[in-house]
Design a protein around this ligand. Sequence first.
Ligand code: UFG
Length: 327
Amino acid sequence: MTQNILVVGGAGYVGSHVSKALAGQGYLPVVFDDLSAGHEWAVQWGPLEVGRLADRDTLRMAMEKHRPAAVMHFAGLITVGESVADPSKYYRHNVIDTLVLLDVMREAGIKKIVFSSSAAVYGAPETTPIPENHPLCPTNPYGETKLMVERILHDYAVAYDIQSVSLRYFNAAGADPDIEIGEAHDPETHLIPLVLEAALGTREEIKIFGTDYPTHDGSCIRDYVHVSDLADAHVAALKYLANKEASIAGVFNLGNGAGFSVKEVIATAQQVTGYDISVSVADRRAGDPAILVADSTKARAELGWTPRFESLDQQVLHAWNWLKKSP
Ligand code: UFG
């Protein structure tokens, strides 16, 4: 029998790719989203229930109607700078609303959840690549909210037998290779889509935030991971939880273990698109660590996760194909 999975925030960038991957593996993704940042066009593989996470009754009704076997949670605010300027908004949406979700799950007897966490839980790295047992020391409220939810999930496993996997993404990149869905943030703050907009000519230039970092070319290094590979990891996490009887709150890094600098990303985009890209140098962006690269050995070994699109060229190409067609 087809299992329903409640995909909270499933109309967004990562959530929509996960919905597609779930459908491809025989699950029915039921998207619960308030469409504040997500898009109705991104919900293509199952029903859409429009509602706010904070609205307990709507959420309860969605769970009663669809009886999901598990929940996947992507709904949350994601802009680091905004979280510094308005922490109240971030703690409310990312932490308090998640508590509502978990409590409604408990009432409905749903015991399994996959949570969208972030490399931001580590803060400035002490070692590279970063393993899961690296100290957790977020440098902004966004990262704090992700860490708080991880800790809540740990306590809920112990006390209420809620089984969870938190997936700490590094830099999500690319788009569905079939170009059915892709990244569409408003405002867009992420490097790859901004660079590609500069290539397309819908943005004048790309600003490099700092060229005086202690890296080989002075610009920041990140570990870009294809959004469809992230999606596969979520399905793997669901299967991992399905086989667990004991209470568990697992955490896994998701990255490729290879870092690319901002300048290398721009050069790749120039080569993939064939367009010149205007570049200027700006001040460092507050709170950016010089290098963030994942050690994802654990996800590969325990979840059986095998990324399909490790090359930056492919990630940039898929993002480019999407940008040219996006609504
Ligand atoms: N960058 C620029 N110019 C831009 C935009 C970004 O030089 O116009 C640089 C940033 O300074 C950074 C790199 O490109 O060095 C990547 O920046 P992104 O904003 O694309 O991504 P981040 O690494 O800041 O953030 C990502 C996720 C966050 C998450 C964080 C984990 O998007 O949600 O990783 O640390 F919190």
